[in-house]
Every structure is written in C-alpha cells, then in structure tokens.
Design a protein around this ligand. Structure first.
Ligand SMILES: Nc1ncnc2c1ncn2[C@@H]1O[C@H](COP(=O)(O)OP(=O)(O)OP(=O)(O)O)[C@@H](O)[C@H]1O
Ligand SMILES: [Mg+2]
Length: 358
C-alpha cells in the first residue's frame, strides 16, 4: 500500500486575526460572524470519512456506489500553513484521492460489492503491486460505514476520456491501450511482469483471480509525469472480482480468466470503432483476430499475449506523436483545480470554525 507523503501531525488552528488568506488560493471573503457550521454533515455513514478528508466533487454515481474526489485534511493543513507562511508547498505528486461509498439498494441494504472490493484490495491484492493496477490507500468496512480510498486518476475513465478527446484515438494510442490492458491482465492473473525473459509465471502463492468486469468505465487514465507521453491505463473496480478458493470454482477458473481477455478485446474493438476510421491498421486487425482465437489456460494465453505486447510496443512507438498540448494542459488543470477547490473549501471551514469558537 503506498503511503501518502504528508503525515505531519495536525497543527492547532490559528486565531481569526492571524489567519489571513493564503496568497495563491484567493478564497472569497468570509463574513465575520458565521452562525451555522461550514461543513454540515449530511449523511452519518460519511461523517467518519469527513473527519479525515475533504470531499471535492462527485465523479461517478453508479447503482452500487458513488465516487468522489477528496483531499486528506492533514495534507491540506500542511499546504495551507505553508501558503500562509509565504512558502510554496512542494507537491511532487497529486495528493488528490478518490473515495467510493457503498449505496443502499431498494430494500435499504448496502450493496455487498464495496465490502467485497475492500476485502479483495486489502487482503487478496495486498502484495500485488503493479503500476497499471489501482491500489488501496485507506478503507473502512463495518456495518453501515463502508468506504475505500484509492489514488485519483485525473483523466477519469477511458469511456469519458475518449468521449472528451476523440482525436486521441489513433492507431498508436489503441496499440498502447491494448498493450497496457494485456500487461495489467497477465499480471493480475499470473503474476507476470517481465516480458523480456520467459521467467515462469504463476508463482505457487499467486492468488487465482478473475476480474469479471473489464470495460471502458473501469479503466482509469493516469497522466504520465512527462506529460507528452500517452497516459497510463489503470485496471480498476474490483467490486465483482473473484478470488477462487474452491476446487469446484478452480475448474472453471481458466474459462473465466479467458472471459477477461475477451472483455479486453471488446475494449480494443470499441476503441477502434470510436476512432471512426482514424485508426485503420492492418496489423492491429490481424492481432485482434489472433487474440480472439486464444484458447483457455495460461499455456495457450501467455505465448500469444507476450508476442502481442512486444508487437504493440513497437507499433505504438513507430507512429507515436506527442499528445496534443491542449490535452496535456487539461489533464494537469484537473489536478490543480481539485487541489484548489479542496483547499479553498477547507480554509473556509477552518476560518468559520474559528469565528464560532471565538
Ligand atoms: N480513482 C479514480 N480516478 C478517477 N476517476 C475515478 C476513480 N474512481 C472512480 N472514478 C470514477 O467514478 C466511476 C465509478 O467508479 P467505480 O467504477 O470504481 O465504481 P462502481 O461502484 O463500479 O460504479 P459503476 O457502477 O459506475 O462502475 C468511474 O467509472 C470513474 O469515472
Ligand atoms: Mg465501475
């Protein structure tokens, strides 16, 4: 589990006189006397989360859960106090995170998917670390209070990203997306990271896993640090993933894992369809055909997928152009805006609380 960087203890709040607006976040004026708390707690199941985090914006509202961007309060405390001291806070990476809350179904019972995803990420996937798999930062799972926190991927999901920037859908981008999706899957299924040697996959201790839900909305976009490179495509949402323990289930494991590859091929085909002719590439068509004919079992899947990854990397790099500066700038702005909104909201809250206490 990747720790967050700023883990300093929370500083005591300053008094109203000492608290002048931080120089770069320019919050609007706050009235001198505030009668209601600045942060009304709407839902008791979220109160516990809001003790430690500042929710920023709703990202997704599905049948089983809702996802918000958020910022840890202790990080905001450090940033705000640095700004107030006239220093520029050093933020090498995005500090924005995402929280997912479970939602009740029609009968009022919380969906079991979130608890299952927490179990999966916290226990089964705890030693699985790969830059293309989403990972857990924090979680709470008891009774009515259920939430999990993961890093924020500022490009959102692949469905919305390609809808917002359709011009990105060229053949090199689709080779890239296909390559990364296959890399994430062979790691998820077989623990294989190294494509240059034929080191044995599937160490004995590797869990038997099925993702079960691979489609555009469960693939998130994380911009590369260099900006101009294609973003990383992150495999996420383990809400209906399965960890197979029973002999009976083990029998169908190979078949179900093959189904994950079929869903991944559907993703590649959907991207080709959405490219509206911009990504016509004979080799890509041939490779989609080869992948579709794969038979179940790692002995059949791995040779084909390894070769695909090798070819995909070459084809991506051969025709790749830097990402359009507008897309790079837009992705960067999402992160900055999130931080700014969270800091402003939190600063207002703190200021308002100070006035009430006085
Ligand atoms: N870490 C993240 N970074 C960026 N966007 C995210 C992140 N987590 C969730 N989202 C957004 O919220 C949506 C829902 O999240 P997720 O798929 O994890 O939850 P879900 O319960 O499966 O919801 P759904 O039923 O809509 O798939 C995603 O499709 C994506 O748009
Ligand atoms: Mg989802």
């Amino acid at each position: 589990m990747a720790p967050t960087d700023f883990q300093t203890p929370r500083k005591p709040l300053r008094t109203e006189q000492q608290l002048s607006p931080p120089p770069t976040i320019s919050p609007p004026n706050v009235p001198d006397i505030v009668v209601s708390p600045a942060s009304p707690v709407i839902d008791p199941s979220k109160a516990d989360f809001e003790e430690g985090y500042i929710p920023i914006a709703l990202l997704g509202d599905g049948t089983y859960g809702e996802a918000f961007s958020a910022l840890k309060k202790d990080i905001a405390d450090v940033v705000i106090s640095k700004l107030l001291d006239g220093e520029k806070p050093d933020l090498p990476h995005s500090k924005v995170v995402v929280v997912k809350f479970a939602k009740p179904d029609e009968s009022g019972k919380l969906s079991a998917h979130l608890a299952s995803e927490i179990r999966m990420m916290k226990f089964v996937m705890k030693d699985m670390s790969h830059k293309l798999l989403n990972y857990l930062l924090d979680a709470h799972s008891s009774g009515e209070i259920q939430w999990l926190v993961t890093p924020f991927c500022s490009g959102g999901d692949l469905d919305r990203f390609t809808a917002a920037y359709p011009d990105i859908l060229t053949a090199p981008f689709i080779w890239h997306a296909g390559m990364q999706l296959m890399q994430a899957l062979v790691y998820f299924h077989y623990g294989l990271k190294d494509f240059t040697s034929y080191a044995h996959a599937e160490p004995d201790s590797w869990p038997s896993l099925i993702h079960n839900d691979i489609f555009l909305r469960n693939l998130f976009i994380r911009p590369q640090k260099s900006g101009n490179d294609f973003p990383d495509i992150i495999l996420a949402d383990f809400g209906i993933s399965k960890h197979v323990l029973w002999t009976a289930d083990l029998k169908s494991l190979d078949k179900n894992q093959l189904e994950d590859y079929r869903e991944a091929i559907d993703v590649i085909n959907e991207l080709r369809k959405r490219s509206k002719g911009r990504a016509i590439d004979h080799d890509l068509t041939t490779w989609v055909g080869r992948l579709s004919k794969m038979k179940k079992g790692s002995e059949n899947i791995l040779p084909v997928v390894r070769k695909f990854i090798e070819v995909a990397r070459m084809c991506r790099d051969k025709g790749k152009l830097p990402m359009h500066p507008k897309v790079v700038a837009a992705l960067k702005k999402v992160d900055e805006e999130c931080m700014k909104n969270a800091l402003e909201a939190y600063y207002e809250q703190k200021k308002a609380k100070e006035v009430i206490v006085k």
